[in-house]
Structures are given as structure tokens and as C-alpha cells.
Design a protein around this ligand. Structure first.
Ligand SMILES: *Cc1c(COP(=O)(O)O)cnc(C)c1O
Length: 227
């Protein structure tokens, strides 16, 4: 049995410790609870502890959870890859989409965003280590895509997201996050007003905070190992 309440307290404590150590304001870092493959009851438990933001990767599963929990005031983040035939589901159900890597997807999300909803918050997923096998775009492609997305009426470009390859060494973990931070600075010099660095998971959260993360995506440390 996982004790979700204890885990949430512990992870917030770790976030605060890292923030203070690296001269960050703890209030500037949002905890996104990644509930993929976990039951609705786990989300209800975390919500009862004051957790407000939840992340899901699988659309079918997410749709069911969002509908089952529609009475709760949850901010839903889609943190999986989006295929072009699935953009409507994302546009109609989520507050955030973290893994945008093509203009075509962004344009469809903007077109399909219901007028009754506020703009969809989006991040561009960056393949910071330029690994052939990974999703996300190359760093060099980010400024052009960011400019294009910023012109879409029903999206709000919030910033950048990355999932670096796992590394054990803290200093090695920091490197890709630092590259993402430099790119965010570049975008802001162009006047794009980005405020979000979606980076850091259970195993590399503190390194991400050291490099300026404003949103950590934590699953295992809150809900336990996934099946
Ligand atoms: C699953 C997942 C997470 C959470 O990972 P943990 O290691 O369980 O904290 C964060 N971000 C993305 C994109 C994920 O797919």
C-alpha cells in the first residue's frame, strides 16, 4: 500500500529543500502529480490532500478519469505524445498539453479548442540530447516553432518540456536541463514571454529544480511503482 498523503508531504519537502539550496522561490515550482495507470481513487486521495494538478499520458484512460472526476476542480495536463487524429480529445478535455513537437498538431489543437474554454496552455517538447530515438524537436528548431505557435489564437505558449535520458550522477542530470533553460531565455529575448520549464521526474527532480524547473512531473514518488 502506498501512502499517498505521506508521499505528497515528502515530495513537497524535497522540492522545497532543492529550491532553497539553489536560491529559488519554492512557490515558483508547481507539482504535477502524474497519475497514469493509477486508479481514480488514487487521484481522489491526492486531491483530498490538496493536490490540484494531475498529468496523464494515455488518452482513453485519461478521458475516463476526467469524466469520472468532473465534479472536482482539477487542472488536467496531457503529457503524452499527440497523434493528429487525437488532437480533438486533447483540445476538448485538457488545460495543458506538454509534448507539442509539430506545428500541424498545434494548429489542429487551436482550431479544435472549444470557444467556451480558455486558451490551451502548451509546451514544446525538446529532444535536448539530440537522441535519434527520442520524441521532441531539436534545439535548433525550437525558435521557429515557438514563433509559429505564438501566433495561434486558441493556444498559449507557456514554455519548454524535456525528458532527458536517465542518469545517476547529479551533475550529469543538470546538463540537459541547463540547455533547456538557455533556450527558454532565448525565446524570452525574442519577446515570447514564456514562464514554464516542464522538467524533472522522480529520479531527477532536484537537478531540474537546480536548473530552473517551474513544473516537476512526479509519478512514482507519489503513487508508487506503476504496474
Ligand atoms: C510517467 C511520466 C512522468 C512521471 O515519471 P516518474 O518517474 O514516475 O516520476 C513524468 N513525465 C512524463 C512525460 C511521463 O511519461
Amino acid at each position: 500500500m502506498q501512502n499517498i498523503e505521506k508521499n505528497l508531504i515528502a515530495i513537497k519537502q524535497q522540492m522545497e529543500t532543492a529550491a532553497i539550496k539553489y536560491h529559488r522561490n519554492p512557490a515558483d515550482i508547481l507539482l504535477l502529480a502524474v497519475s497514469k495507470k493509477k486508479p481514480v481513487s488514487d487521484i481522489e486521495t491526492a486531491y483530498a490532500c490538496g493536490q490540484h494538478d494531475f498529468g496523464e499520458n494515455y488518452l482513453q484512460e485519461a478521458e475516463q478519469k476526467i469524466s469520472a472526476l468532473s465534479d472536482l476542480d482539477i487542472c488536467w495536463h496531457f503529457i503524452g505524445a499527440i497523434q493528429s487524429n487525437k488532437t480533438r480529445v486533447v483540445a476538448q478535455n485538457f488545460d495543458w498539453a506538454h509534448c507539442i513537437d509539430r506545428f500541424k498538431i498545434a494548429r489542429r489543437l487551436s482550431e479544435q479548442r472549444p470557444v467556451s474554454m480558455p486558451a490551451l496552455n502548451v509546451c514544446i517538447q525538446v529532444n535536448v540530447e539530440q537522441e535519434a530515438s527520442k520524441s521532441g524537436i531539436m534545439l535548433s528548431e525550437v525558435p521557429a516553432l515557438a514563433e509559429q505557435i505564438a501566433g495561434l489564437p486558441n493556444l498559449r505558449l507557456r514554455g519548454l518540456m524535456a525528458i532527458p535520458a536517465p542518469a545517476d550522477d547529479f551533475e550529469l542530470q543538470r546538463k540537459p536541463f541547463a540547455r533547456l533553460r538557455e533556450m527558454l531565455e532565448t525565446l524570452n529575448q525574442k519577446g515570447l514571454n514564456c514562464d514554464t520549464m516542464s522538467m524533472g521526474m522522480t529520479h531527477d527532480m532536484s537537478a531540474a529544480i537546480a536548473e530552473g524547473s517551474t513544473l516537476v512531473r512526479i509519478g512514482t514518488a507519489i503513487f508508487g511503482e506503476r504496474p
